[in-house]
Design a binder for this molecule. Structure first.
Ligand SMILES: Nc1ncnc2c1ncn2[C@@H]1O[C@H](COP(=O)(O)OP(=O)(O)OP(=O)(O)O)[C@@H](O)[C@H]1O
Ligand SMILES: [Mg+2]
Length: 376
């Protein structure tokens, strides 16, 4: 017997979205999504809120015919976004792969928000993720009182997405134990979720798909079985290709985050942002930006995401304890913290970089001094 796709209740909101510390993408960008939906006259796949074209525009940004500006959420190759969006309209699931901080989670959230209008059908993968988190669990009070029934069943986010024709998200897929990962095989190939206890099943309705993210560096922890990998189209998110691109990403995000934290915007901070990004890129790449000096790389990832948090903390320092302008002294401690993860080996790498590169660089004296001060 097949269970009808009756809508299951959404989580109850405890507060207005605008008061949330971190609103969901569909709330934070509700206006943009509404304008896109109103102007979008291209065909939409079943239960999609927007056409694939409009979803890509939402992610990459652009100007609509009426002049409305859609802000870019993801800065990177257009083709990557087009392939990701197109995949969601097929019967294959989407796997976003990449090194830490390449916006896998961010892109997954915005895709779900634009396609289904809801990014909250989320399973967070950890070493302890049980099968119930992907399939369903039971409300034990109900189960003991009345035996197994649909009322006693607690659907997982994936089950809800199947029943309602929405986008489900699985974060950090490769951290989930292999046998639990394999639960997804039936879901993705048969598009059904059996409930043996009730002799029932939930069949996915049109519009259902799944976005998983996985970290390149975690590979080997719990590799994806090849059976599962075949159910996914893999899209690799690259590191930003140039300093300019990375500065652009960091500035945009810092501006957004700063506004939600009531920090002053940083029109004068862009030089300091460029410096943070340059230091991170040079240490990450193991060579200075002019290609002349080889460097040792520290153990941390020094991702774009970390650059964003270094600059955001720096802005908070400048706002609360400085004159509001982001300066070398406001980012130095943050950089040190991001670079020196392992107190022994990373400290040596950092000292070498400081003396051989930072010290010699024109216009970097203030930064050198600030770094010396916090490194001492
Ligand atoms: N190319 C990019 N375009 C826009 N934002 C980016 C880009 N790269 C990184 N970011 C920003 O970096 C932050 C962190 O990204 P996110 O958490 O999605 O990374 P991740 O790939 O999921 O990392 P992890 O592997 O650690 O989970 C986000 O705030 C995002 O805005
Ligand atoms: Mg992530």
């Amino acid at each position: 017997m097949s269970v009808s796709a009756e809508p299951m209740s959404a989580p109850v909101r405890e507060q207005e979205p605008s008061e949330a510390l971190r609103p969901h993408a569909e709330d934070a960008f509700a206006e943009e999504l509404a304008v896109l939906a109103a102007q979008d006259d291209r065909p939409r796949p079943a239960r999609w809120k927007l056409s694939p074209w409009a979803v890509a525009t939402y992610l990459l940004g652009g100007t609509l015919p009426d002049g409305t500006v859609i802000t870019p959420k993801y800065v990177g190759p257009r083709r990557i976004v087009e392939v990701a969006v197109t995949t969601l309209a097929t019967d294959r699931a989407l796997l976003l792969l990449g090194v830490p901080g390449t916006a896998k989670t961010w892109v997954s959230e915005h895709l779900a928000a634009a396609v289904s209008g809801d990014s909250t059908l989320l399973v967070q993968g950890t070493a302890g993720t049980p099968e119930e988190a992907i399939r369903y669990g039971w409300n034990y009070a109900q189960l003991l009182a009345h035996g197994p029934s649909r009322d006693a069943l607690v659907p997982s986010p994936v089950m809800r997405a199947m029943a309602e024709g929405m986008t489900a998200r699985v974060e950090e897929l490769t951290r989930i134990p292999a046998d639990v990962q394999d639960t997804l095989i039936t879901i993705l190939s048969e598009k059904t979720l059996p409930i043996p206890e009730l002799g029932q099943e939930v069949q996915a309705v049109r519009g259902f798909n799944l976005i998983a993210t996985a970290n390149d560096r975690d590979r080997g922890v719990n590799d994806l079985s090849s059976a599962l990998r075949r159910r996914f189209n893999t899209v690799v998110l690259p590191l930003p290709e140039s300093v300019e691109a990375e500065v652009d990403i960091v500035s945009r995000r810092v501006d957004q985050l700063g506004r939600s934290l009531d920090l002053p915007s940083a029109p004068d901070g862009v030089d300091e942002i460029r410096r943070v990004v340059t230091v991170f890129r040079e240490l990450r790449d193991g060579v200075t930006s002019d290609g002349r000096t080889k460097l040792k790389s520290p153990s941390g990832t020094l991702s774009t995401a970390e650059a964003i948090s270094v600059v955001t903390s720096g802005l908070a320092l400048a706002a609360h304890f400085g004159d509001g302008v982001l300066r070398a002294g406001d980012v130095a401690a943050g950089i040190l913290g991001a670079v020196v993860r392992d107190p022994a080996s990373d400290k040596v790498v950092w000292q070498e970089y400081l003396e051989a590169v930072v010290r010699e660089r024109d216009g970097w004296t203030d930064f050198y001094r600030a770094c010396r001060e916090v490194s001492a």
